[in-house]
Design a protein around this ligand. Structure first.
Ligand SMILES: [Zn+2]
Length: 397
């Protein structure tokens, strides 16, 4: 069995403070890491490193768990650069542009969609993302939602059925009829390719009754629950997600005290509902950022994700989101790095990624920088030099 030793590590972020590391990130220095068969099999003092078939010299760079991007919409066609330009010239974001992408997505071939998904997945990988959730939601017909998920499933196990992204134009004024389609034939066609079900619970999209109906039948079909909630204004989504035991409620930009209390109450349970913050969306829509400090100070489990999509957040960069979280949402660099790795893993209810200890997947990144601090300290700089995914180096050294 071929083994790979990563040594000359400047700082190892383990996210396992109990293993003797420093601070919440479980930082360790002077250690090396051994990979076999796609798993981390040993971490210990470099001078005791076992012999290995191959070696990667981290050259004093920081080594971190790969980013876990728990919220992305990659299955689409076309772009909306003109809409972005109009927004930057003063037009508000309403979410209505989703229908533009729906039209382009329906008209695209499978291979066109596959090319876009593959290109964005690779782009994210180069920036350290080793686990990526991918949603449907730009097909909005039975066939187009099923094919979106089938294509997403070719590159990730974390696929999410988002038939309830927006009511498509042909169902305008008949949201109940569309929800019936989502809960019936569309769910049946989508479920074989999906791990999760999600609803855009927002004024102008789906209300709490619709969201509850869709999530309930999705859960009965064996899917885990996630929710787009409280992005554009206050609403019932966050509390509904907590009530139903969703793995994550995403956006959380407009929260009441009751919403924060509900999330904080869930934080003490075995499977908490994570608050996933998506600062790329606020950046790209020039909107106020979520109050991350309020959530963290209340004890809520927080994740960071890109929300990569062609309308409101066309970035695949987790380092960019970390930098935004630190600069704009007052998270500490350690909190932001944790949220982008271990937090994302919690949001996907994964225990084998987002941390580095013997037994977990060998998903990690090596930085061209001595410390995780540089991810926020040097924004916009391509600091990720190497990525191991399932123990396999992704970049040429
Ligand atoms: Zn989204």
């Amino acid at each position: 069995m071929s083994s790979l030793l990563v040594d000359n590590i400047g700082e190892l972020v383990t996210n396992v403070p109990a293993a003797g590391g420093e601070g919440p990130l479980g930082l360790r220095r002077g250690v090396a890491l051994l990979v076999e068969a796609g798993r981390v099999v040993w971490i210990g003092p470099a001078r005791y490193a076992p012999a290995a078939d191959r070696r990667i010299d981290a050259e004093g760079g920081a080594v971190l768990p790969g980013f876990v991007d728990s919220h992305a919409h990659l299955v689409f066609a076309g772009d909306r650069a003109a809409e972005f330009a109009a927004r930057m010239a003063g037009e508000p974001y309403t979410g209505g542009g989703i229908r533009t992408t729906v039209g382009a997505t329906r008209a695209a071939s499978d291979d066109d969609l596959r090319d876009t998904v593959g290109r964005l997945r690779e782009e994210a990988m180069r920036q350290g993302t080793t686990t990526m959730e991918i949603k449907s939601g730009y097909g909005l017909t039975v066939a187009d939602e099923a094919r979106s998920l089938r294509i997403a499933a070719e590159v990730t196990a974390e696929t999410t059925f988002l038939g309830a992204h927006v009511v498509p134009a042909e169902y305008a004024g008949r949201p109940d009829d569309y929800v019936g389609l989502v809960c019936g034939p569309m769910l049946t066609a989508a479920a074989p390719y999906a791990r999760w079900v999600d609803v855009f619970c927002e004024r102008g999209a789906f209300d709490a009754d619709h969201a509850r109906a869709i999530l309930t039948v999705g859960q009965a079909a064996g899917l885990g629950l996630r929710l787009h909630a409280n992005q554009l204004g206050p609403g019932p989504g966050v509390r509904l997600g907590v009530e139903l035991g969703a793995a994550s409620v995403d956006h959380c930009t407009h929260l009441s005290d009751a919403d924060v209390d509900a999330l904080a109450g869930a934080a003490g349970t075995d499977d908490p509902t994570v608050a996933t913050l998506l600062p790329g969306a606020e950046f790209s829509t020039r909107s106020p950022y979520p109050d991350a400090r309020r959530l963290l100070d209340a004890g809520v489990t927080v994740a960071l994700a890109t929300d990569c999509n062609p309308g409101s957040s066309y970035t695949s960069s987790m380092p960019f989101c970390v930098a935004l979280a630190v600069r704009e949402m007052r998270m500490t660099p350690a909190e932001a790095v944790w949220a982008a790795t271990a937090g994302g893993a919690r949001a996907l209810r994964r225990t084998d990624v987002g941390l580095l200890r013997p037994g977990v997947r060998a998903d990690l990144m090596i930085l061209d920088a001595p410390s995780h601090l540089h991810l926020a300290y040097r924004p916009g700089v391509p600091l990720v030099r190497q990525v191991l995914h399932n123990g396999v180096p992704q970049c040429r050294l």
